[in-house]
Ligand binder design. Structure first.
Ligand code: AP5
Length: 191
């Protein structure tokens, strides 16, 4: 099994590319943002609790997403590995993921980091706000907070993964198709 992180700030294209790459390489696409939004849409107690945090652009507690991911890994079958999107988002989540994978005889094989200019991130999210219905896209102040939270709490994971030799930067500027090709070439080398 091969395990990839698709990593980058809000609006960098993790979800867009993650779905396509998972299809190409027969990986299970695991997006904690999608899982949390599904809880909100289903009106669960967890969804109700997490909704306010997410609408402000803050991170939900580590233990919530770690448990979600562990359940998905244990409930999976028939895939060639996992593509983690929007997880991990803190160094603590990264250590928990490593531990989870190690206990199951796996590891993180590559961290693919999409590098996108700040103005392009904001442009993409504001454009999506027109029809996404995502409360965290509709307020420019929340978009800026999400980017700040990424820089302070999530970006330190890059140094952590760089030390482990799994960091692979990718130019995330340009068209969706050309970025997909850049990512696919890097991933193919691991198979
Ligand atoms: P999450 O759902 O992970 O959101 P995010 O990181 O803010 O990322 P986005 O979905 O906004 O962007 P993306 O990088 O996936 O880009 P996308 O492909 O969608 O998390 C939401 C919230 O949930 C968090 O704020 C937090 O509260 C909580 N959460 C989730 N995981 C958590 C965790 N592990 N720990 C704690 N809290 C957690 O693209 C964006 C837009 O740009 C789309 O409209 C797309 O069509 C467009 N686009 C993409 N690529 C291009 C391109 N090349 N050119 C033009 N447009 C493009």
């Amino acid at each position: 099994m091969l395990n990839f992180l698709i990593f980058g700030p809000p609006g960098s294209g993790k979800g867009t590319q993650g779905v396509r790459l998972a299809g190409k390489f027969n990986l299970l696409h695991l997006s904690t943002g999608d899982m949390l939004r599904a809880e909100i849409a289903a009106g669960t107690e967890l969804g109700k609790k997490m909704s306010l945090i997410m609408s402000k652009g803050e991170l939900v507690p580590d233990e919530v997403v770690i448990e979600m991911i562990a359940n998905k890994i244990d409930g999976s079958s028939g895939c060639a590995g996992f593509l983690f999107d929007g997880f991990p988002r803190t160094v603590a989540q990264t250590a928990a993921l490593e531990d989870m994978l190690n206990k199951r005889g796996m590891k993180i094989d590559s961290m693919l980091v999409l590098d996108v200019d700040h103005d392009e991130l904001v442009k993409r999210l504001i454009l999506r706000a027109q029809d996404s219905g995502r409360p965290d896209d509709s307020d420019p102040a929340v978009i800026e907070n999400r980017i700040d939270v990424y820089k302070s709490k999530t970006e330190p994971i890059i140094a952590y993964c760089r030390e482990r030799g799994i960091y692979e930067p990718v130019n995330g500027m340009g068209g969706i198709e050309e970025i997909f090709e850049r990512l696919a070439v890097l991933m193919q080398k691991h198979f």
